[in-house]
Design a protein around this ligand. Structure first.
Ligand SMILES: O=C(O)CCC(=O)C(=O)O
Length: 254
C-alpha cells in the first residue's frame, strides 16, 4: 500500500509578524520557517574550525546508539568526535558487512553547549518563541552528527523548535492520531531510504506506515527551522555532517 505523504508547510516570510507566527503555531501543525534562523550569528560563526577552537579539548558524552537497556554513552574529546563525524569515520556496516541502521551511528545528541560555554548563548534564538516563565523550563541542546546519523522515531515532552545551523536534515513526522498506527517491528526491519544512494525502503512504500492516514516530510537546510508540536512522532536523518539546535518548552508566547 502506498503511504500518503504530505510536505510540511513552509513559510518564507523574511520578517515574521508575531501575530502571524503565533497564529500558525496555534494550529498545532508542523511548520518550517525557512528564514527564521538565517541571520543568527551561529550561521556565520559555527564553522567546524570555530567549534574545535572553542570546545575541542572538552570531554563530551557521545551516544553510541546501541539502544540497549541503557544508551551506550562513550566519553571522548570533542575534537575526536567532531573530526570523526566530519570525515564520516564512524562505521556504518556491521561485522558481516550489513548496513547498520542510521539511528545506530554514534551521535552527539542534546549537547549542553550553552550551559557549558557561555559564548555560544546568544548565537541562536529559537527560545524566543517560548514563554520564559519559571514554570516553563525552556531547554536548548546542540545536535552534531555525521552523514547518515539519525534520531529514531520518538515524541518529545514539550513543543520543539529545531534550527539547522550547518548541513541538512530529512525529517519525517506522524501526527498524534496516527501514532498507534505505526508498525514498530517493520521499522526495526528496514531503515527509511532517503534517495537512490541510500539504503532501506522509501517512505512512500515503507510498510511501517501503511496504516497511517498521512505522514509528513521535509528537508531542512542551514538557516531553516521546524516547529514540532508536542506529541507529534518524529524521525530525523542527517543527510550530511549537520549541526542543529533543538529548543523545547511547554508554553509558547501566545
Ligand atoms: O536532530 C536530531 O537528530 C533530533 C532532533 C529531535 O528529534 C528533537 O529535538 O526532539
Amino acid at each position: 500500500m502506498v503511504v500518503n505523504i504530505e510536505s510540511i508547510k513552509r513559510v518564507d516570510n523574511k520578517t515574521i509578524d508575531k501575530d502571524y507566527f503565533y497564529g500558525l503555531i496555534k494550529e498545532n501543525q508542523p511548520i518550517v520557517f525557512s528564514q527564521f534562523a538565517k541571520d543568527w550569528d551561529a550561521i556565520k560563526k559555527w564553522t567546524p574550525e570555530y567549534l574545535l577552537d572553542k570546545v575541542g579539548k572538552h570531554q563530551v558524552d557521545v551516544d553510541m546508539c546501541t539502544f540497549g537497556p541503557m544508551h551506550d554513552i562513550k566519553r571522548m574529546e570533542f575534537s575526536e568526535y567532531l573530526n570523526k563525524s566530519l570525515n564520516n569515520e564512524f562505521k556504518s556496516v556491521d561485522e558481516n558487512g550489513n548496513k547498520l541502521r542510521k539511528c545506530k551511528k554514534p551521535y552527539l545528541r542534546n549537547f549542553a553547549l550553552f550551559d557549558e560555554f557561555s559564548e555560544f548563548k546568544d548565537d541562536v534564538k529559537n527560545e524566543v518563541v517560548f514563554n520564559t516563565d519559571i514554570h516553563n523550563m525552556v531547554v536548548r541542546g546542540a545536535f552534531i552528527g555525521s552523514p547518515d546519523s539519525a534520531t529514531d522515531f520518538h515524541k518529545d515532552t514539550g513543543d520543539n523548535v529545531v534550527a539547522v545551523i550547518r548541513g541538512a536534515k530529512y525529517v519525517i513526522m506522524v501526527p498524534p492520531e496516527d501514532e498507534n498506527n505505526i508498525n514498530n517491528d517493520k521499522l526495526k526491519e528496514n531503515d527509511v531510504k532517503y534517495n537512490e544512494n541510500d539504503h532501506g525502503v522509501p517512505i512512500e512504500q515503507h510498510p511501517a506506515f501503511s496504516n497511517c492516514k498521512k505522514v509528513y516530510t521535509t528537508v531542512l537546510t542551514a538557516g531553516e527551522s521546524i516547529y514540532i508540536p508536542i506529541n507529534w512522532v518524529h524521525y530525523v536523518h542527517n543527510l550530511e555532517f549537520t549541526v542543529s539546535v533543538s529548543c523545547w518548552g511547554k508554553k509558547m508566547i501566545i
